[in-house]
Write a protein that binds this ligand. Structure first.
Ligand code: ADP
Ligand code: AMP
Length: 220
């Protein structure tokens, strides 16, 4: 099973990803988390991608694709993968398809999260993340039990350096220009399903479960 979460920044991909992975026994591969981990460790790759990320631009296709396809080799005992944030361009989608095809696999389902741009700004500026386990919180919509402390591992939460109003505008423009067209790409493959992500996290999750079960466990 290769499940892809598509959607603008702040749509709720990182919120739903761990829940879906637990439900369907998938390995979560979030490109943003992978790149942020490299930045935090100060690796050459981290240094290379830092400027693109903090300015709200996409990291070059060749870099992201190499990192993500390398991770795709190992399902770590899971039944498949959940890809969050990758692919984000037509070139990345084509490289992914090519790599999967060479192993007799394909993208089985793409859930495309739909949220209005105005709601996105509110979600992103209130977002806080755990730098240790990458759990996602929101000051209003999903506060941690103790203010600014991760529920899972007690690490102090942080505001991402790209979660500012100015950078969000850039990321949204990039999404509309480079990533939104992937809906058509996957629609033509017959694997795209749109999800109303303006609902509460629990409602969005319930709808996603229904879709995945219908598509995958229902055998279509
Ligand atoms: P993405 O991974 O798509 O960038 P996140 O999952 O990090 O988005 O969500 C962005 C912010 O919005 C987070 O602070 C999260 O807690 C909050 N959020 C996620 N889903 C919802 C929702 N359905 N309703 C309200 N807030 C949400
Ligand atoms: P995210 O955590 O998904 O919001 O991603 C944060 C940032 O990481 C993006 O704004 C990009 O700079 C970079 N990034 C993540 N995934 C990709 C990708 N698939 N292609 C290019 N850049 C990416």
């Amino acid at each position: 099973m290769i499940l892809v979460l598509l959607g603008p920044p702040g749509a709720g991909k990182g919120t739903q990803a761990p829940r879906l992975c637990a439900e369907f026994i998938l390995r979560q591969l979030s490109s943003g988390d992978v790149l942020r981990a490299e930045k935090r460790k100060g690796t050459p790759l981290g240094d290379q991608v830092a400027w693109f990320m903090v300015s709200g631009n996409l990291v070059p296709d060749a870099i992201v694709t190499e990192v993500m396809l390398a991770q795709l080799k190992d399902p770590a005992g899971r039944r498949g993968f959940l890809l969050d944030g990758f692919p984000r361009t037509a070139t990345q989608a084509e490289s992914l398809d090519k790599s999967l095809r060479s192993n007799g696999k394909r993208v089985n389902l793409v859930l495309s999260l739909q949220v209005a741009d105005e709601e996105i700004v509110e979600r992103i500026t209130g977002r806080r993340i755990c730098p240790t386990c990458d759990r996602v919180y929101h000051l209003r919509y999903h506060p941690p039990a103790k203010p600014d402390i991760c529920d899972v591992d007690q690490t102090p939460l942080i505001l991402r350096d790209d979660d500012t109003v100015a950078v969000v505008a850039r990321r949204l423009a990039t999404y509309h220009e480079m990533t939104k067209p992937l809906e058509m790409y996957y629609r033509e493959q017959g694997v795209l399903v749109e999800v109303d992500a303006a609902q509460s996290p629990d409602e969005v999750f319930a709808r996603m479960i229904e879709i995945v079960r219908g598509r995958w466990e229902g055998g279509s």
